[in-house]
Design a protein around this ligand. Structure first.
Ligand code: FAD
Length: 307
């Protein structure tokens, strides 16, 4: 019940101001967002890769309101890529981007987002890695998929995300399960209406399995974005049945969630990529993590009361 309320708050400017200013917020935020600057996050990059994990890096931010902010987002990714270059991690550290941060919702936003994201994809390719386009709310997806298709003409490795809770996704998955594609499947983290999305957890989980089967039986590279132990076991079974080797799919989880499971899967020989977010505009990302697990909210509320 709490999840939808928190997701509504994640879009409220008033709540953003209140929560961002609360002095105790930071220690709870740090669990999910381990740095506000590139310098702050690079030690985490080293620590994770030393432990045999791979990364997808997210400079937090979304729903910007001016073209200058979109350019600043582009520049933040370019700086990150520049700083990753000497580490020579190649594909072991890729980028995840939200197109709303690149101007997608502004007037002329589709072209603006494409123009801003292209240099990031180019710079990533220059250091031997790639970019995955995150999926945001359902109204943004046609534009996201069109930008994905456009970028893939020059950079076929560019990935995208699909969300199991949306009715449209089974069809998207059939289209995307083609040779050379890289597709991350997640349950979905936004507040979506019943006209477009399953609302019950068991329906979303069943859709996730159907879609994952399509991806596994297809010719692309599936990226399983979930912490759900049942889905992870099913994914391993589906991969075996589809005759996929360990390097023909990967698991992805968020930094700060089920860290021991990251290491367990990597130790079993799986590719395990940790979505690592950093930056100062963490509000939307943080609130979605609270919405996913009410216990996080209780912990957060308790720390506000006891300080
Ligand atoms: P759940 O059933 O929610 O969780 C399974 C178990 O995982 C829980 O019981 C709990 O133990 C643990 N867990 C899950 N979430 C939390 C949490 N916040 N705090 C503590 N424990 C938790 N969504 C999008 O809409 N677009 C995206 O582009 C996107 N990218 C993602 C990238 C990655 C790598 C991952 C892992 C998720 C991404 N998501 C994205 C979020 C996703 O949609 C889900 O909201 C999120 O992963 C929770 O679903 P779950 O599959 O882990 O299953």
């Amino acid at each position: 019940m709490l999840g939808p309320v928190i997701l509504a708050a994640s879009r409220s400017d008033r709540m953003r101001r209140l929560i961002s200013a609360a002095p105790v917020t930071k220690q709870v935020v740090d669990r999910f967002i381990p740095g506000e600057t590139v310098d702050g996050v690079l030690p985490i990059v080293r620590q994770l890769t030393d432990n045999g994990l791979e990364l997808t890096m997210d400079v937090v931010g979304e729903d910007i309101t001016t073209p200058e902010q979109a350019e600043a987002a582009r520049d933040a990714y370019l700086e990150l890529i520049d700083r990753l270059k000497p580490l020579e991690l190649g594909e072991r550290a890729e980028m995840s981007v939200k197109l709303s941060m690149f101007g997608q919702a502004l007037p002329g936003g589709h072209e603006l987002a494409l123009a801003n994201v292209r240099p990031v994809v180019e710079a990533a390719a220059e250091i031997g890695t790639t970019v995955t386009l995150d999926a945001e709310d359902h109204t943004t997806l046609d534009s996201m998929f069109a930008i994905h298709e456009e970028l893939r003409k020059d950079f076929p490795q560019t990935g995208c995300v699909i969300q199991a809770y949306l009715f449209r996704t089974e069809e998207d998955a059939r289209r995307l399960a083609a040779a050379g594609s890289r597709v991350r499947l997640v349950k979905g983290a936004y507040k979506e209406p019943a006209e477009v999305a399953y609302q019950q957890k068991h329906e979303i989980d069943k859709a996730y399995v159907r879609i994952l089967r399509t991806l596994m039986e297809g010719e692309g590279y599936p990226m399983i974005g979930s912490h759900d132990p049942r889905l992870i076991a099913i994914a391993q079974e589906l991969a075996r049945t589809a005759g996929r080797k360990l390097d023909e799919y990967e698991f992805q989880m968020l930094y700060g969630i089920r860290g021991e499971e990251h290491l367990r899967l990597a130790a079993e020989g799986h590719r395990m990529r940790v979505y690592t977010a950093y930056g100062t505009d963490w509000y939307g990302y943080f609130m979605r993590r609270l919405a996913e697990k009410p216990a996080n909210l209780r912990f957060f509320a308790r720390s506000m009361i006891t300080k």
